[in-house]
Design a protein. Structure first.
Length: 237
């Protein structure tokens, strides 16, 4: 079961937006780490003793067998966490907390969520934005060849280009080491890309210019891994 909806980064801290009890929510511990202006226990104290928060509606404390299930679901989603119990906060609770603790940082965090197309007014997963940074590449659908005339051998009906390709040695069979080397190159590029992108701190006034610049760069240069990373690093502030 995959319960991860989005992985966000705020103030260089990872924040996982997950699904629990059929509702989107955050880990209180992660929010407390990301929001530098609040005390580590401020959110949990507000939820437990603030008076306006209701357990099961605004937040939940997950422990016992539920905690084991949650850890297992997180691991299935690629997230490893160790806890005997943990507190999660639903969108209703987070709205109440931000109305109570009206700081500049809380407004910045709400603006950040809006840029990520995540609305705290959402009540279901369907209304939570899940757009990725880049759209997936769709492979072209192959068109099946027309059936050969009756009494015609399939081998005789093949185009010359296909016969030539079949006769030529298959590069993928030359050496497994070559394929493995290509695989490592792609992995290395993705690690560099993620590391570089996570270091970006693009202000709002630069976000549109950044998007246009990256689109223009790819249009003019195609996908050159070294040049692409170099271009992204120009935007690090």
């Amino acid at each position: 079961m995959n319960i991860l909806i989005r992985k966000l980064i705020f103030n260089e801290a990872d924040i996982h937006l997950i699904l629990w009890n059929d509702k989107p929510c955050f880990f209180v511990s992660e929010l407390s780490k990301a929001l530098d202006s609040v005390n580590k226990e401020d959110i949990s104290v507000f939820l437990r003793y603030g008076g306006s928060a209701v357990k099961g509606v605004d937040y939940d404390v997950v422990g016992g067998a539920e905690a084991r299930d949650l850890r297992s679901y997180l691991e299935n989603s690629g997230i490893k966490k160790r806890f005997a119990h943990t507190m999660i906060i639903y969108f209703d609770g987070l709205r109440k907390y931000f109305n109570y603790r009206k700081t500049v940082e809380s407004k910045d965090f709400i603006n950040y969520l809006n840029k990520c197309k995540v609305s705290l007014e959402a009540e279901t997963v369907a209304s939570v934005g899940t757009a990725e940074i880049t759209a997936p590449v769709t492979a072209p659908v192959p068109i099946p060849p027309a059936a050969p005339p009756a009494n015609t051998k399939l081998s005789d009906n093949k185009p010359a280009a296909i016969k030539k390709r079949e006769a030529a040695p298959n590069p993928s069979l030359d050496s497994n080491n070559s394929s493995y080397s290509e695989f490592l190159k792609h992995i290395s590029f993705m690690e560099d890309f993620v590391d570089t992108f996570n270091k970006l701190n693009i202000p709002a006034d630069k976000s549109v210019a950044f998007t246009k610049s990256m689109a223009k760069f790819l249009e003019d240069n195609g996908i050159s891994t070294r040049d692409f990373l170099k271009e992204i690093k120009k935007w690090i502030v």
